[in-house]
Design a protein around this ligand. Structure first.
Ligand code: SF4
Length: 433
């Protein structure tokens, strides 16, 4: 429930602090799903949220953080859309969003849904009729943009139908369109005297009082972050006034700091699951860096229940990078994790070529949730090689034109450089099946 108006009760939050700092802070206990997946979650305590179900995927309430993406095909090209979703499924994508710009696209949804395994969320802007049609076509969730879906009667109709069909709504804000809500007639009608105050009196997100750079009087919060937080809480208030609370929230800014502030802020004022992302973050390199910092910082604080890495590029990269972010924080596990040294003048084998080949061969299967998870070290020389290789399940420490193979902490045999990749693949497959 959103507490933006009254903000009296302590926010049931978080935190990414060490256990000695955590006393008195309500956090989410390690869920059965996490335990079953063998995840330890390190020292990250996740923010407590209510559970929302997108089809069979549970979001929030301690469920593993899900990775989602968005199709880049036109929905009316049903064949191409299904093909892309199936490819993403094979990479581990758990939720797919499809843009619905017109009625024909909405009508394509039932056929697409029949052919895929993962839940599908319809992405709706401007035209509320498209949300109604998408729900009728059997989608698992709807994303509404408060920046351009502001017709009161239409929202009421969507909420009624979503409620009847048990479909959650994601209140999905972006910095590029948030002003649409802030200037809308509906907003002025709902909050005639003044906007819902974004009170800074809620408890700090961390026991040490740190508010992520946001002072008690609100100064320090970026303009974008404030707008996103404000708009989302107002829209959520409106949905709640209709007795609807099957809600998720996303607050994506193209600015990393604003994204972090907005999510931190809203995380302290409601219990809805949060879908994390930095929007319009650019091509692969830029998007990876911005998302790793934006999404990663929030995850470290226990904030976030599902993620999408937005990339100007193939959606396959969005899934790959999404998993890598989660894996780097111990929040999800890939089947095969490769750690490799950067190489230097001491290296006498071609580490870059070996790792690239290995990654190419194992890319797809390393995302499969089936089988054992294993960690592989590919190291250039004896400086750090044996140490890292012994810490991993399998490892190679390079010598002159050869590598020593390590397995379960022990040195096993010497392999000529030309055979390192094939031997490693064989060993990895044997261990991870
Ligand atoms: S492991 Fe050896 S080759 Fe690799 S970076 Fe370190 S010193 Fe250089």
């Amino acid at each position: 429930m959103c507490r933006a108006k009254i903000e009296i009760n302590p926010a049931p939050c978080i935190e990414g602090t060490r256990s000695s700092d955590r006393e008195g802070v309500l956090t989410q206990p390690l869920s059965a799903e996490y335990k079953r997946a063998g995840l330890t979650r390190g020292w990250i305590n996740r923010r407590r949220t209510k559970a929302v179900w997108l089809g069979k995927v549970k979001i929030g309430d301690g469920a593993p953080i899900s990775v989602q993406s968005m199709t880049k095909t036109v929905a009316t090209d049903i064949k191409a859309t299904i093909k892309q979703i199936k490819e993403l499924e094979a990479l581990g994508c758990e939720i797919i969003r499809v843009a619905i710009p017109n009625h024909k696209s909405a009508l394509a949804l039932s056929q697409i849904k029949r052919e895929i395994k993962i839940p599908i969320e319809a992405d709706i802007h401007f035209n509320p009729e498209l949300a109604l049609e998408s729900i009728k076509q059997g989608v698992d969730g709807i994303r509404l943009n408060p920046g351009n879906i502001t017709d009161k009667e239409a929202i009421i109709e969507i909420v009624k139908l979503a409620h009847r069909k048990h479909i959650p709504i994601r209140v999905g804000l972006n910095s590029g369109s948030v002003n649409g809500w802030l200037r809308s007639n509906l907003r002025h009608q709902l909050f005639p005297r003044k906007p819902v105050p974004l009170s800074m009196s809620h408890p700090p997100l961390r026991p040490d009082g740190y508010r992520g750079g946001i002072a008690k009087d609100g100064s320090g919060m970026t303009k974008d972050g404030k707008s996103l937080a404000q708009a989302s809480l107002e829209y959520v208030n409106f949905l709640e006034s209709l007795k609807f609370n099957d809600i998720m929230i996303s607050l994506k800014s193209s600015d990393v700091i604003s994204t972090i502030y907005a999510y931190r802020y809203v995380a302290g004022l409601c219990e809805y699951p949060l879908h994390l992302g930095v929007t319009a973050s650019g091509t692969l390199d830029d998007a990876t860096i911005k998302s790793s910092i934006g999404i990663g910082s929030l995850l470290l604080e226990g904030i976030g229940d599902t993620i999408r890495v937005s990339i100007t590029g193939p959606p396959h990269d969005e899934v790959r990078i999404g998993y890598k972010i989660l894996q780097s924080l111990g929040l999800r596990r890939q089947k095969v994790e490769i750690i490799s040294c950067p190489t230097c003048g001491r290296c006498e084998i071609d580490i870059i070529k070996i790792v690239q080949k290995l990654r190419g061969i194992l890319e797809k299967e390393s995302l499969s949730p089936k089988g054992n998870s294993i960690k592989v070290a590919v190291m250039g020389c004896v400086v750090n090689g044996p140490g890292e290789a012994m810490e991993c399940d399998i490892g190679i420490a390079g010598g002159k034109d050869f590598g020593f193979l390590f397995k379960n902490g022990e040195r096993i045999r010497k392999i000529p450089e030309s055979k390192i990749v094939t031997e490693l693949v064989k060993e990895i497959r044997a261990l991870s099946l």
